[in-house]
Write a protein that binds this ligand. Structure first.
Ligand code: ADP
Length: 220
């Protein structure tokens, strides 16, 4: 995936089309004091990106898409399965103490709670652990299952969802990460969710940094 940087000339072309549409390539060229041939690549690119629409015999019109919509479009095209990292999960019987040790050892902020069959039961975050610590609970004895946010209140995503959908869920639920799950229906017809990874603010931020640092492979 590459990012696209628009040249000054392309920005000017868009401005001209917005103002004078429909306008032929010849007239765009005149306004820029350039030849039509010089503009051919720019116009082809802007048309391919659906910023401009080429109407035969009429000229170019502006589609209404902004340059910034590409960031959103790109985020909608990247799937959770291509960005996810591995999830750290423990059984609900695990003591709060052992879960905290796991949190440090695995260097994560959120721990998922799963059944022996690896189905999602809940989630525990740093704040949950702090709450139990200041609440004077016996963290060596109390199982992590007692303090988790449990299903069906756990927000999750599927591997085929976009990272845009994942980011929306993270924002709407005010959380740091989401388990990535695969849905399985048991013999009683009940949906169960196997944990196959996680997607966090860090994964999404990394993707943004990648966008920012990649060089465009489209030469302008
Ligand atoms: P932190 O505790 O580090 O601020 P979060 O903001 O992710 O981490 O967690 C805040 C609360 O939301 C906690 O009570 C946690 O159990 C809950 N939580 C965390 N992740 C999820 C999730 N995917 N779905 C529902 N609740 C969650």
């Amino acid at each position: 995936m590459s990012t696209i940087e628009f040249s000054h000339r392309q920005t000017k072309i868009i401005e001209i089309v917005k103002r004078y549409q429909p306008i032929t390539s010849e007239n765009i060229a005149k306004k820029l004091n350039l030849t039509r041939a010089t503009l051919r690549t720019d116009l082809a690119l802007l048309t391919m990106l659906e910023i401009l629409i080429a109407k035969p015999k009429v000229g170019y019109i502006y589609s209404g898409k902004s340059l910034f919509s590409f960031i959103g479009d790109s985020m909608k095209k990247i799937k959770v399965k291509d960005v996810k990292s591995s999830a750290v999960a423990v059984l609900e019987e695990t003591s709060i103490y052992d879960a905290i040790v796991t949190l440090f050892l695995e260097d994560v902020g959120t721990i998922f709670i799963q059944s022996k069959e690896q189905f999602l039961l809940g989630v525990v975050s740093r704040k949950d652990f702090l709450k139990s610590a200041i609440g004077n609970q016996d963290i060596h004895r109390i199982p992590v299952g007692m303090i988790m946010t449990r299903m069906p209140n756990v927000a999750f995503v599927y591997p085929e969802d976009s990272i845009y959908d994942a980011a929306l869920k993270i924002i709407n639920h005010e959380i740091d990460s989401l388990p990535v799950v695969q849905e399985l229906i048991n013999e009683k017809g009940k949906a169960q969710y196997k944990i196959i990874g996680k997607i966090s603010k860090t994964n999404i931020t990394k993707k943004f940094v990648q966008f920012g640092s990649e060089k465009s492979d489209i030469k302008l």
